[in-house]
Design a protein around this ligand. Structure first.
Ligand SMILES: [Zn+2]
Length: 457
């Protein structure tokens, strides 16, 4: 199993700390607004990775945070807390906003996209752990306090700070970015922010340093440690997290433990819309709801994402979604044949899929292997091997096996067969039209007689 490790800029063999077990952390959503389609890209890939590891027999312990406090508008620890801003916009409290969007996000992730559910930990559920974390860093001399601002991590105290992003620290300090709010260096970051003196926040807690709230980076370090321990095998997130968020997670955790945090760092690229950046002004910040409202399948969106490698920038257009949907419809129609035509005996294609996915999660290759598989079966008049379909379902989370005709539909199919045997073409055409109205297509094959397939998305 090879994965591209951002830390070494190389494909590396996955070599878990504990044999047979993979500790996997990935950064979760900030729950201040309805997630857009771009937010789901990483989760779709990490889900396939989890499924692959499980298929290979690993026990995968996966933890994902829910950011419901402390993620500020600017990465420089400046500006408003996104949660408080979102709350103000909707005339609610930050707590209500968090509950609302956690529910929406869970529904979209686990029901609509059928992603496997990791252990989810809310940042506000482990404030104690985060305070303890800062206390330990303080004892080791990695922190300093800035009046009215907060407790900061002193990045100059850590020898290899910035190794993930290969940051040129001296260049940064001398460059145009200026350390604000009294920070010693532009790369120093808040561990604990103080509540403003003149305003009551919805979310704030007492701490040894004063009333306030934890910094965004701290939450991931504390949650990963709480759920997985001091060292983990894989840490994943978006490429935008490399220079600040993940760099700072590494700094905090390694300062505290003195050991490497994660063996492998994975980063997914982003999804463009219509070849450009998603933006409110262009009206193209689409959500899963928009996809459904336009009559598309959410699973087709999943295939759209998987048609690109996780390191490649993706593109969303309604036309590309439509072609993904056509691919899915074809897979489903071909899969229906398992109830009607002799099943192919070979399961070799499973190995091909596993090999493609084991090569740094080559999902585009995987999809094209599956296309070719169905194409060749059609050519040789066979239906898929059931075990192959079950494996695709397990690995990609795309359900292909259905046997969901109702009794009246089964009867219609029988009646049509009889009508054809009696050469009653008029009646046979009538029944075919009736079935088509219910989404069931009938194909008359010279070798196999009539074959039904159902459009079900
Ligand atoms: Zn994180």
């Amino acid at each position: 199993m090879k994965l591209f490790n951002t830390l070494s800029r190389q494909k590396e063999e996955l070599n878990p700390i504990k044999k047979g077990e993979v500790k996997f952390y990935n950064c979760g959503l900030t729950v201040y607004s309805h997630p857009h389609i771009g937010n789901w890209v990483g989760y779709i890939y990490w889900d396939v990775l989890t499924r692959l590891l499980e298929y290979k027999g690993y026990k995968v312990i996966r933890v994902q945070n829910i950011t419901d406090v402390g993620h500020l508008v600017s990465d420089d620890d400046d500006g408003e807390d996104k949660m408080e801003k979102g709350a103000r916009k909707e005339g609610k409290t930050a707590w209500q906003i968090a509950d609302k969007y956690i529910e929406i996000a869970n529904d979209e992730a686990f029901n609509k996209l059928s992603l496997e559910r990791p252990r989810l930990i809310r940042a506000t559920d482990c404030i104690e752990e985060q305070i303890e974390f800062v206390k330990k860093l303080e004892i080791s001399g990695f922190t300093y306090k800035i009046k009215d601002e907060g407790v900061y991590f002193d990045t100059s105290k850590l020898k290899d700070y910035g190794k993930l992003a290969k940051l040129d620290i001296e260049g940064l300090d001398a460059g145009s970015r200026v350390a604000i709010n009294g920070k010693k260096s532009v790369t120093d970051f808040a561990l604990w922010k103080f509540s403003p003196k003149d305003k009551k926040r919805d979310m704030e807690w007492d701490s040894p340093w004063g009333k306030g709230f934890p910094g965004w980076h701290l939450e991931c370090s504390a949650i990963a440690m709480l759920g997985l321990g001091e060292q983990i095998d894989i840490h994943a997130g978006g490429t935008d997290h490399i220079p600040v968020h993940h760099t700072n997670e590494i700094a905090q955790t390694e300062a505290l433990t003195g050991k490497p945090f994660s063996k492998i760092w994975l980063h997914n690229n982003h999804l463009k819309v219509d070849g450009g950046k998603m933006s409110k002004s262009l009206g193209n910040v689409y959500t899963i709801k928009d996809i459904e409202n336009k009559g598309f399948s959410v699973v087709a969106f999943k295939l759209l994402v998987l048609s690109k490698n996780y390191k490649t920038e993706g593109n969303f257009t309604w036309e590309i979604l439509e072609s993904s949907q056509n691919r899915l419809i074809n897979w489903l129609r071909q899969s229906d044949k398992i109830w009607q035509i002799e099943n192919d005996s070979s399961t070799d294609v499973i190995d091909e899929i596993i090999n493609a996915l084991s090569n740094d999660l080559d999902t585009p290759e995987t999809l094209s292997i599956i296309d070719k598989y169905f194409y060749s079966l059609e050519k040789y008049g066979k239906s898929a091997n059931k075990q192959v379909l079950e494996s695709i379902e397990k690995l990609l989370g795309v359900k292909l096996i259905y046997n969901d005709l109702n009794d009246s539909q089964k009867l219609l199919i029988k009646d049509r067969k009889k009508a054809r045997e009696n050469k009653n073409w008029e009646n046979s055409d009538k029944i075919r039209a009736k079935l088509l109205e219910q989404g069931i297509a009938i194909e008359d094959s010279p070798n196999h007689g009539q074959i039904w397939s159902k459009a079900r998305l």
